[in-house]
Write a protein that binds this ligand. Structure first.
Ligand SMILES: Cc1cc2nc3c(=O)[nH]c(=O)nc-3n(C[C@H](O)[C@H](O)[C@H](O)COP(=O)(O)OP(=O)(O)OC[C@H]3O[C@@H](n4cnc5c(N)ncnc54)[C@H](O)[C@@H]3O)c2cc1C
Length: 754
């Protein structure tokens, strides 16, 4: 029987629901307040993590979690003041941390996500959206076999779920993907997975297909369900009642696919402004049939969506319920005596768990036509950081992302190096002192806890041996000692806590209280941050210090607008040009892949005919090793730290500019400090700025000598190249002045003595 179905929410769930309903002959109205593919489905990682069926709570969590909480290098932290509120949830969560519950949930998850590549292909084939699906492996990477074996329980569940994998060790792993560092020597490779290259566009293309097939797409917020004579006849959206057209013998059906906004009643009301009455009708996965509504919600154990608590249902109601279950892509609870769904009302239903539902590697004939649609599953604990600018983004589309290589940051067997490599970002963590541990114990008993001494994590982007990082570490010690331990600062170099590009935002938002960042990398946010990177405006430390003396108050004000309190900054040595061949003029730069780290470097690449590639310092060596970048502009220090002589041959001293790394504190955190702590910090900052400047000067010659000693040709750029670069510098200075407004002009004029 044909139904007219209103699907609320046009994310991946709603859109795939609409398409499967259409294929089953139903009419669909797809309603979304923001339009298709604009919610969580817009910018997720796109990983089709079929084998990620193992839940985080499992046996051993009871012993492992406390250890992780006490180790600042582990990716688990707790805001201890939040513990009392968290406790009721935590108790239920930890009750699941046993083998039986984990197995049950893995078994429940397998039929839902265990074949997601196939499911997506079935959904998208013939829609025009199939081009976004990229079949790929899914890889768990470990330091060594022992670490992998430490995860044996999880793999046993995967085996029970029907997955098979290949173990890659040592050279075999290196040959499989040379991009991984030497500390990672073992991998479990799961074939038959994949990724969605652009999740947002994928959903939009699917929606366009649904529309082309006759679906009505409305851009409006649904605020209520319209009932007439006790029957659902439509929805209220965008301030209007939309009646669902009903033909003879048609049924109306409502599917709610409004994503996480509908996950809980109270937040849903707040966020979607659905009335309490509407919310009673629309729960997590609620639908309303044309005779009465029926709430369907996820299995209490976190398993597949399952209908609960409904008593005897009439045939029409069952049909509506089946519609919703199918529409939401959830498993038909066939075989579960709790759910009395009439056979006649089922669509071409999904098979029971683990039987007719082939795992990716067990695909076979007859699979077609029994596809249950797609029910996405949050992979937030899985996946390489693909949803942020990755150094290999340009190239890794065919190198790393194609393999959807996944590390589970919450896997307790995961070692420090793994976290470093994949830079899992955990934030706001407070390292516990003995006192805090005792207090936390008390909190667990009394549901009240508090922390006194504070620990601030300080993310830094450069190698621990770099002079900026060393000065930062000395600053941290100075503060810790100066405050008598009242405030401990722990530095995290090499982008191990937050990648360079993320540090400023992390501190602005309070995810970290303090951090160090190359200021000019944020020139796109405020041109004043790029005052130290105007090409050839200054070319020596003395000139630079003069410029900075004028610019510092302006930059400090700009940071204050970003909720940051500026502490100190240190210049890098003058910037030179690294190449993989000798050059004598700008013409030689044509087509060279150039690592950019700021708007200025990207613009410079553009003006010289090079191809800019965004790469953070921490990933520079890999980018050079893999040919993602062939050239870059930086100080001798960066090249020396990153041993670029392994990939490049020439360094040209052009002294283009001297960019600065700034250390700043979250303004709220700063305001919360005692006057004594502030004063200690300011004093330590002054010392750090002076020490840093001296180190930078010393490091200049040392690193240039180091480059030479390691076989690079280090020389001053020839006249032709210099004069061409300076011309480009003039262009860039004018461009910067145009964007930097009065403040920029005032700085440059004062510097030039105009
Ligand atoms: C950072 C991140 C990374 C992720 N990575 C992965 C991954 O790699 N792999 C994976 O499988 N999953 C991943 N996920 C999870 C995945 O994105 C979600 O599970 C999925 O997108 C949910 O789809 P949805 O259709 O339920 O919700 P959404 O895409 O959020 O769609 C819900 C829609 O409902 C609309 N809506 C809400 N209320 C109303 C209303 N009252 N009226 C009208 N419209 C309304 C919204 O505008 C929205 O468009 C990730 C999630 C995040 C946040």
């Amino acid at each position: 029987m044909t139904k007219t179905v209103a699907v609320i929410g046009a994310g991946i769930v709603g859109v795939s629901t609409a398409i499967w309903l259409q294929r089953d002959g139903h009419e669909v109205v797809l309603i979304d307040k923001a339009g298709p593919g604009e919610g969580a489905s817009h910018g997720n990682g796109g990983v089709l993590a079929s084998c990620s069926v193992v839940p985080v709570p499992g046996p051993g969590l009871w012993t492992k979690a406390p250890k992780m909480l006490m180790d600042p290098n582990q990716p688990l932290f707790m805001k201890w003041g939040y513990l009392p509120r968290l406790l009721p949830w935590l108790r239920r969560y930890m009750a699941q941390a046993n083998a039986e519950a984990a197995r049950k949930r893995a078994q429940a998850a397998t039929p839902i996500i265990g074949d997601s590549l196939n499911d997506h292909q079935a959904l998208a084939t013939g829609t025009g959206a199939e081009k976004w699906i990229v079949p790929a492996d899914y890889v768990f990477v470990y330091n060594d076999r022992a670490a992998y074996e430490g995860d044996a329980f999880g793999f046993s569940l995967r085996r029970e779920a029907g997955f098979e994998w290949e173990e890659l060790e040592g050279e075999a792993f290196k040959a499989y993907d040379p991009a991984f560092g030497p500390q990672l020597s073992f991998a479990a490779r799961f074939p038959g997975h994949g990724r969605i290259a652009d999740p947002g566009r994928y959903v939009k293309d699917l929606a366009a297909h649904a529309e082309a097939q006759g679906a009505r797409i409305l851009k409006a917020e649904v605020t209520d369900v319209v009932r007439e004579n006790g029957r659902v006849t439509g929805v209220r959206a965008g301030g209007r009642n939309h009646r669902l057209r009903r033909r003879r013998a048609d049924r109306r059906c409502l599917v709610q696919a409004a994503g996480r906004e509908a996950g809980h009643r109270r937040p849903a009301r707040e966020r979607t402004r659905l009335s309490p009455r509407a919310l009673r009708r629309l729960g997590h996965a609620t639908l309303a049939g044309d005779d009465r509504e029926r709430q369907v919600r996820r299995d209490a154990d976190g398993g597949p969506a399952a209908a609960r608590g409904h008593r005897r249902a009439g045939r029409a109601r069952r049909a509506a319920l089946a519609c919703a279950l199918r529409a939401a892509g959830a498993q038909h609870p066939r075989g579960d005596s709790r759910h009395h769904l009439g056979e006649e009302s089922r669509m071409d239903g999904p098979p029971p768990l683990g039987r007719r539902f082939p795992a990716p590697h067990r695909r076979g004939p007859g699979r077609e036509g029994r596809l249950p649609g797609f029910r996405p599953r949050s992979c937030r604990f899985d996946g390489r950081p693909q949803d942020r600018a990755h150094p290999f983004a340009a190239d890794r589309g065919a190198r790393a992302q194609h393999r959807s290589c996944a590390i589970r940051p919450f896997a307790f067997s995961m070692r420090h190096e793994q976290r470093k490599t994949f830079a899992y970002k955990h934030s706001g963590r407070q390292k516990m002192t003995t006192k805090q541990i005792l207090m936390a114990g008390a909190a667990l008993a009394t549901m009240a806890g508090a922390a006194q001494a504070e620990t601030w994590d300080m993310p830094m982007a450069y190698a621990a041996t770099n002079f900026h990082s060393e000065v930062g570490a000395e600053f941290a010690t100075c503060v810790t000692e100066g405050t008598g331990g009242e405030l401990e600062i722990v530095t995290h170099p090499s982008g191990s806590l937050f990648g360079g590009a993320e540090i400023k935002r992390a501190v602005m938002t309070g995810q970290a209280n303090i951090g160090e960042r190359l200021l000019s990398a944020h020139q796109n946010e405020n041109p004043l941050y790029g005052v130290d990177s105007i090409p050839f405006l200054v070319s020596s430390f003395d000139q630079h210090e003069k410029l900075w003396g004028i610019a510092e108050p302006y930059v400090s004000d700009a940071l204050a607008e970003d909720n940051l309190h500026y502490l100190y900054s240190v210049p890098w040595p003058p910037q030179g040009l690294y190449m993989n061949k000798p050059i004598s003029s700008v013409a030689d730069l044509e087509g060279v892949k150039f690592r950019s780290y700021s708007t200025a470097t990207a613009r410079m690449a553009e003006l010289t005919g090079m191809l800019p590639v965004q790469v953070e310092a921490a990933e520079l060596s890999q980018a050079l090793a893999t040919g993602v970048a062939e050239s870059f502009i930086s100080s001798g220090a960066t090249g020396y730290d990153r041993k670029v002589w392994e990939h490049l041959s020439n360094f040209y001293e052009v002294d283009a500019w001297l960019p600065r790394n700034a250390v700043f504190v979250n303004a709220d955190a700063w305001d919360g400090l005692s006057d004594e702590a502030k004063s200690v910090m300011e004093d330590c900052a002054t010392t750090a700025a002076e020490t840093g400047l001296e180190r930078s000067k010393e490091y200049t010659q040392f690193t240039l000598d180091g480059l030479k000693e390691n076989g690079m040709t280090v020389e001053r750029a020839g006249d032709e190249l210099m004069s061409e670069l300076k011309e480009i510098g003039e262009t860039m200075t004018s461009e910067w002045l145009e964007t930097a407004g009065e403040a920029g002009t005032a700085i440059v004029e004062e510097y030039r003595g105009e």
